[in-house]
Design a protein around this ligand. Structure first.
Ligand SMILES: NC(=O)c1ccc[n+]([C@@H]2O[C@H](COP(=O)([O-])OP(=O)(O)OC[C@H]3O[C@@H](n4cnc5c(N)ncnc54)[C@H](OP(=O)(O)O)[C@@H]3O)[C@@H](O)[C@H]2O)c1
Length: 331
């Protein structure tokens, strides 16, 4: 049996390039006692991968040169020498961007397939969905009648944040980079307002849509977007820093918030979220989000690409806005 894997060939200096990766094939090793062999069926491509390609450590250590590209992946157990997993079980974990993975069970999650299809367990029911749920509910703390602005709104995190905020009785404003994405937010996700940040002035639009300011700013983008949002806070606002995708290709000289004193005048809170801090509670959130999906309260959009040979071009989509929905690679 042959495993095909994408490995890190060298670290990018700016945007990701094809030359940063190599495609390697090797024989699949026999599994040992306590291990399982998994045939990977879906690979999650997440914005954080760009950060993981850097040397050093943030909340997680950078990928070593020559190592398989780190990713949440999901698939089927095809051989097991671990009592906790049987052949045919569907599982998910940090299994890498490859066709087969061997796991000793550490960090491996058995999937409840009745909650949603495999790709959903990497998106709205997986790490990004958990980020939206806990980032909004625990850090943003939405109250009925409040106004929330979410940037990067058409992605899996942003669209889930906005839709949960609607469920919680908020007025929801989202920004995204194309008219098609804005239409999706308004017509399929039930957002109240959508801003195309490439053709419209976010500051002007926020003043129009939220004349009394925003109570929650859920930021996936950072940079200039964060600065503009800080100018539009309501009293007692919560600013949730979830990500800063506009900065990921240039973390050496990040564009920081120059308007941070607005937190003072708003008597606000600037707070961060790391989804892994809530891992013990993920099952509760999976259940609740699956229920909302079944009730038609959360719309799920996925962007499925195929072929490990297309890894680089697919990953690049995240940083250019070419993906429309949760980006999944079928190996
Ligand atoms: N803190 C945590 O624990 C945690 C966990 C998971 C994810 N996150 C963060 O959540 C955010 C969203 O992740 P996701 O998986 O839902 O990705 P996503 O939104 O599906 O994909 C990334 C999107 O970012 C937008 N983008 C790219 N470059 C941009 C730029 N320069 N300025 C503005 N927008 C840009 C693009 O959409 P447009 O077409 O709209 O530009 C692109 O489609 C990311 O920042 C990610 O790092 C944080």
């Amino acid at each position: 049996m042959t495993n095909t894997k994408v490995v890190l060939a060298c670290r990018p200096t700016g945007a990701v390039e094809d030359s940063n990766f190599n495609l390697v094939t090797e024989a699949v090793a026999p599994i040992k006692s306590g291990e399982v062999l998994i045939k990977i069926e879906a690979i999650s491509l997440d914005p954080a991968i760009r950060g993981w390609m850097n040397e050093g450590t943030t909340y997680i250590k950078g990928i070593e040169i020559g190592a398989v590209m780190r990713s949440f992946s999901a698939g089927k157990v095809i051989e097991s020498k671990n009592d906790a997993y049987g052949e045919g079980d569907y599982v998910e974990g940090l299994l890498g961007s490859q066709t087969y993975a061997i796991s000793n069970g550490e960090g491996l999650k058995k999937l409840e397939m009745s909650a949603g299809k495999l790709s959903h367990h990497l998106g709205v029911l997986g790490m990004p969905g958990m980020t939206a749920y806990f980032g909004l509910l625990r850090r943003g703390k939405p109250q009925v009648g409040e106004v929330i602005y979410v940037s990067g709104a058409a992605g899996v995190v942003g669209s889930t944040v906005g839709q949960i905020a609607k469920i919680k009785g908020c007025t929801v404003i989202g920004s995204a980079g194309t008219d098609a994405k804005c239409d999706y937010l308004l017509n399929e996700c039930g957002f109240d307002y959508a801003i195309n940040y490439k053709t419209e002035d976010i500051d002007v639009k926020l003043k129009e849509y939220a004349p009394k300011g925003v109570h929650i700013f859920y930021d996936n983008v950072g940079g200039e977007t964060l600065d503009i949002a800080l100018l539009n806070l309501a009293q007692g606002a919560r600013v949730v820093i979830c990500g800063a995708i506009s900065q990921y290709n240039n973390m050496g000289s990040i564009q920081g918030p120059k308007n941070y004193m607005k937190i003072v005048t708003a008597r606000g809170v600037l707070t961060g979220i790391i989804v892994f801090d809530f891992v013990q509670e993920w099952p509760i959130a999976v259940k609740e989000i699956a229920t909302w999906i079944a009730e038609g309260k959360i719309n799920v959009k996925e962007h499925i690409a195929e072929g490990l040979e297309n890894y680089a071009s697919t990953l690049k989509m995240l940083y250019t806005g070419q993906n429309f929905g949760k980006l999944i690679l079928v190996p």
